[in-house]
Design a protein around this ligand. Structure first.
Ligand code: C5P
Length: 219
């Protein structure tokens, strides 16, 4: 890996899952560990980028030299990401953002009275879709985690969200993807190219993704 090949580049990265509050003690969450996003942030910083990491709650440590903002809900992540978007050169949305949130958050802990409890969920804003619509100079990279029809769904997202690149993970394969230390992925581009990334550590994959981003920037 060439040292400092990201010098002068401002890279905005989101990582981890969001938590959507049900009441003061409960939330809806997902299995994202944040490892892939943190690996990308560390690798970009090591290669000389100025990195801002917008992180959902995780158990991970942030490498020094990385500016980090912690958020919980998708709506907070949206605010934080939009605040940094205009100044960014490269934006990598590795976070697993909740698609739905409770329509209302109870002020007090919900007591177990009924035999069933119904929660009404409403759509969260799609941050990446909005970034695609606002896009100017930024190179925009998304992630897709799917359990079926990986390539088809990833291609649809790439087009709909106006991305330059999408990293597609099949999360039905045991030992890789969500909460694992390794990953297997496909990289899809606007012109229809698809590249396969075989099983490797998330740290290694982070550097390969950064190589590919740089190659696209130079075109
Ligand atoms: O459509 P889907 O949620 O699968 O798209 C995944 C990509 O979109 C990821 O890069 C994720 O970070 C981003 N996303 C987002 N805001 C949402 C949902 C997903 O930015 N509400």
């Amino acid at each position: 890996v060439a040292q400092n090949d990201f010098a002068g580049k401002k890279v905005l990265i989101t990582a981890g899952g969001t938590k959507e509050a049900i009441d003061p003690v409960r939330y809806i969450g997902n299995r994202s560990s944040g490892k892939m996003g943190y690996a990308l942030a560390s690798a970009a910083a090591a290669r000389g980028a100025t990195v801002t990491l917008i992180s959902g709650p995780t158990n991970l440590k942030v490498a020094c030299g990385i500016k980090v903002e912690y958020v919980e809900a998708a709506s907070d992540m949206r605010t934080a990401v939009l605040a940094h978007y205009n100044e960014s050169d490269i934006v990598i949305k590795a976070a697993a953002v909740a698609d739905y949130r409770p329509q209302s958050t109870a002020e007090h802990k919900i007591k177990k009275t009924g035999d069933t409890l119904q929660l009404v969920l409403e759509r969260n804003p799609d941050i990446l879709l909005e970034l695609g619509q606002l896009k100017k100079q930024q190179m925009l990279i998304g992630f897709a985690a799917e359990t079926q029809q990986l390539v088809l769904h990833a291609q649809e997202k790439l087009a709909k969200k106006n991305l330059d690149m999408i990293i597609a993970n099949d999360v039905s394969v045991p030992g890789v993807g969500f909460n694992a230390d390794h990953n297997i992925a496909k990289v899809l581009y606007r012109d229809g190219r698809i590249e396969e990334l075989s099983k490797m550590s998330k740290e290694h994959m982070a550097n390969i993704i950064l190589d590919k981003i740089l190659a696209e920037c130079r075109k």
